[in-house]
Design a protein. Structure first.
Length: 135
């Protein structure tokens, strides 16, 4: 699994905990080597070139976003690097019953469609697709 995907899963877990614990939206901020969860609006000039920070509310819905204004030529981690094709394949296999959610409590179900378990392969695929669709 690519390193940025691991970093995203860990940050997603932190962000999900933070919005619920602090009862306020948090930013998912791209960094040079991954992502971080932040309560503060990022400085667009500090975001890696070509990336977008997103503000998630307690429903994990994107309510604001900020594009990088950084013109730099540094090596960047863009959201498009989240593996999309493998995610679709995982979702296809989940839909056919070939693989299933871990179902350890954090997976989405009939009552909570927004919950994600960052260590569940099916949930990780959903997160990758969620990010793709909200960018
Ligand atoms: Zn799951």
């Amino acid at each position: 699994m690519p390193r940025h995907e691991l970093a995203l899963a860990a940050t997603w877990r932190n962000l999900k905990w933070a919005v619920q614990f602090h009862k306020r939206p948090f930013w998912l901020v791209p960094t040079e080597d991954g992502y971080e969860a932040s309560p503060w609006k990022p400085d667009p000039a500090c975001l890696p070139h070509g990336t977008t920070a997103k503000l998630y509310d307690q429903e994990l819905t994107v309510i604001d976003s900020m594009d990088s204004t950084n013109p730099g030529e540094t090596v960047v981690v863009e959201e498009s690097t989240v593996e999309f094709e493998p995610a679709i394949d995982i979702l296809r296999r989940a839909a056919t019953g070939e693989i299933v959610h871990l179902n350890q409590g954090l997976c989405p179900d009939r009552l909570d469609h927004h919950s994600r378990d960052p260590v569940c392969d099916v949930c990780k695929a959903i997160i990758a697709v969620d990010l793709r669709h909200t960018s």
